[in-house]
Design a protein around this ligand. Structure first.
Ligand code: KG4
Ligand code: ZN
Length: 335
């Protein structure tokens, strides 16, 4: 008998649903929420309202596209957290209702665990154990992944996440939200000519809050001399900020690989869509003798297929969730 999982992701500002049959992605639907761009960041109340409006059509589209009907489902996987409480609540309540009405089990999934397992959505898949640099809008961590369900956090950010550093730097330059993809775009025609101070943290720890402050002072200084500094130097500014963030990430990843002796190295999360990070991972991997793995774009940023893949492995391990489950805005990742 096939294992058919319907997956629901609603942790932030994307409403997503996917159908996974025996670990294979059959559909992966996403409705993003343009409304937040007007405010320069995600507005939680607007996000949860948009999830309410989107969830039925998105789940419907995921089922239709997969050719699976609701009564063929084996289980429903959903994001329990971390994320925005109001957003998570919509996905969790919907998953519960559907599981109850179809008499099928629920499987809670940790959003970051799912980002790591996005590597199992399509071949080539990494061999265990592997390292994963998990870089999203809310988290930055280096993980040691022993198997599908066993992850160890080697190091994390002590303040902002890498994606947040991109987004805040973009805001200072007057770019829209999220700024990560926009900085990536503008950086293509620029050079990393501007320098910012490099944080010195022990082991595999990161810090990104100082970058935002140094960029702010740098821009203030330059604009006191030339009002149009940002417009004139946008491409070089973007290339410099991107270079700076990417090199900080790689420095720690190299350290983790050398210390653990692990040669299978992956990146995951929204910032893993960054073209410079992808390029540099490849270059550094050649020098260090790594096997590198980068998820396809559709599986880098938030999506429901990764929730379904995590749900599939939890299903195989018999890890089901009670109907009394509540969403959690913060949950530690310990497998
Ligand atoms: O994983 P994700 O989709 O959502 C969270 O779980 O947070 O990550 C979103 C983050 C945002 O900060 C966004 O600016 C960043 O990923 N991002 C990028 C790129 N695409 C998305 N950052 C740099 N370059 C990109 N191409
Ligand atoms: Zn995410």
């Amino acid at each position: 008998m096939s294992v058919v999982i319907l997956a629901i992701e609603s942790s932030c500002d994307d409403t997503a649903a996917a159908v996974i049959v025996d670990g294979q992605v059959k559909s992966n639907i996403l409705a993003d929420q343009k409304v937040h761009a007007l405010y320069g960041g995600v507005v939680p109340e607007l996000a949860s309202r948009a999830h309410q409006a989107n969830i039925v059509p998105v789940v419907d589209a995921a089922l239709k596209q997969s050719g699976v009907s609701a009564d063929q489902l084996s289980a429903i996987a959903f994001t329990r957290g971390p994320g925005l409480m109001g957003s998570l609540m919509v996905g969790v309540a919907f998953a519960k209702g559907l599981a109850l009405s179809h008499h099928i089990p629920l499987i809670e999934v940790h959003h970051l665990h799912a980002h790591v397992l996005a590597h199992f959505a399509e071949p080539p898949v990494p061999e265990f154990p592997f390292l994963c640099l998990l870089v999203s809008g809310g988290h930055t961590q280096i993980l040691l992944v022993r198997d599908h369900l066993q992850l160890e956090v080697l190091g994390s950010t002590t303040d902002d996440a890498a994606g947040e550093a991109f987004d805040k730097a973009g805001k200072l330059m007057g770019l829209g939200y999220p700024a990560g993809p926009l900085i990536d775009h503008h950086a293509r025609s620029g050079k990393p000519v501007f320098d910012f101070p490099h944080p010195q943290l022990p082991d595999f720890q990161f810090s990104f809050s100082g970058i935002k402050t140094s960029i702010r002072y740098f821009l203030q200084d330059q604009m006191a001399r030339d009002q149009d500094f940002i417009q004139k130097h946008l491409a070089d500014l973007c290339a410099s900020i991107q270079h700076h963030i990417v090199e900080i990430l790689l420095e720690k990843l190299i350290l983790a690989a050398r210390n653990t002796g692990i040669r299978n190295v992956t990146i995951a999360g929204g910032v893993s869509a960054n073209s410079r990070l992808r390029e540099r991972l490849e270059e550094v991997g050649q020098i260090e003798g790594w096997q590198t793995f980068v998820p396809q774009m559709a599986y880098s940023t938030d999506n429901a297929a990764m929730i379904g893949i995590a749900g599939y492995y939890k299903y195989q391990a018999g890890q089901f969730t009670d109907l009394s489950v509540k969403p959690m805005a913060r949950i530690p990742l310990n497998g």
